[in-house]
Design a protein around this ligand. Structure first.
Ligand code: FAD
Length: 315
């Protein structure tokens, strides 16, 4: 079954996770350990993130700085295949536009098709100031990437050659933003483009993380009012560190409710902040389950222990 079919068939709220490929030069064992610690909650599917190359500066022997582009976490396709093979759980590699040419993406789709991985999350990716590949050579939006995947499903390649339509077509989800994407001039235009992604074939939406459930409920209402009927999966992250009080709003453009901020301000250590994070997320999850959401999707980066504790309390 594809993730879209799994979500459509859910009667109770499921559990799913997002993992990151290991840092370049690190073993995959840490990823497996993180999944092992969460297996008792029967993940419906596991997402694997993708990231383009980033500039790093090295000092050469003459003391000058040299700029290199490095992909810090390569291996999205390989990690997806390794996880699916090891656990028999559907994996969902993220495919991004930024930093990748459509030709590179086509080769990734060919690999995934050969590997029997047919679920994708299609995203634009972050548009950083400096990227190895000129942004003009990349798809501009997730909608363009969706078009490429739809063409690929029909057996149309970028060079104009064709083949039979895929027997197992790629099925995909897209991203949505309960508090609006940071570049969108307003919520209405952001939703208009979200609807375009769904109309082009997205089977479900996974949201950006949020700490205020009301933002998610309002977002779902607005989507439904626009005629977006696919499942909208809440993306959830436990707070682990005091520094996240300022880092998370800045990085993800999310609002932290005042009661959460007050609790975090009382914390003396990261351990205290972690406990507050678990309490807050537990409360969020209980309310979301009570409202009958199809699935809770957890961002586990450096936080699988907190996610396990929350899952133990709510499932
Ligand atoms: P888009 O849908 O292209 O939207 C980007 C902006 O453009 C929005 O403001 C939208 O309103 C507007 N827009 C959309 N379509 C059009 C159009 N056709 N014409 C004009 N304007 C348009 N980033 C990574 O680098 N790697 C990851 O693995 C990753 N995983 C993520 C997982 C989830 C669940 C989420 C929510 C985000 C993830 N991101 C990831 C971050 C994401 O790539 C960024 O938020 C990015 O800035 C936007 O991606 P998008 O797919 O929503 O883009």
């Amino acid at each position: 079954m594809t993730v879209t079919e799994i979500l459509q068939s859910r009667k109770t709220t499921g559990f799913s996770i997002e993992v990151l490929p290991p840092l370049k030069g690190s073993s995959i064992d840490k990823v497996f350990e993180s999944i092992d610690s969460l297996r008792e909650f029967n993940p419906l599917y596991i997402n694997i993130t993708s990231r383009h190359s980033e500039p790093v500066y090295q000092t050469s022997s003459d003391g000058k700085y040299k700029k290199l582009f490095v992909r810090k976490r390569p291996g999205t396709v390989a990690v997806a295949a390794a996880i699916q093979h090891r656990y028999g759980i559907p994996t969902v590699p993220h495919i991004i536009c930024s930093g990748f040419t459509p030709s590179e993406t086509e080769y990734v789709l060919i690999d995934l098709n050969f590997l029997g991985i047919h679920d994708l999350l299609l995203l634009r990716g972050d548009n950083d100031k400096e990227m190895l590949v000129d942004p003009k050579e990349c798809h501009r939006h997730a909608t363009d990437l969706i078009q490429q995947v739809n063409d690929f499903n029909e057996g149309k390649f970028l060079d104009g050659t064709t083949t039979d339509p895929l027997k197992n077509k790629f099925s995909f989800g897209v991203a949505g933003y309960p508090e609006k994407h940071e570049e969108a001039p307003n919520m209405e235009s952001d939703l208009r483009y979200l609807k375009q992604k769904v109309d082009a074939g997205a089977g479900y939406i996974i949201t950006q993380l949020f700490f205020d459930n009301q933002k998610y409920f309002d977002f779902v209402d607005k989507c439904r009012a626009m005629g977006i009927t696919v499942p909208i999966i809440p993306g959830l992250k436990p707070i682990k560190k005091l520094s996240q009080l300022s880092v998370l709003p800045k990085t993800f453009g999310v609002n932290m409710p005042e009661p959460l901020v007050r609790e975090l301000e009382k914390c003396k250590s990261d351990n205290d902040a972690k406990s507050v994070g678990i309490e807050w997320l537990t409360h969020q999850c209980k309310e979301l389950i009570a409202k009958g959401v199809p699935n809770l999707h957890f961002y586990t980066l450096a936080a699988s222990d907190s996610v396990a504790e929350v899952a133990r309390r709510v499932y």
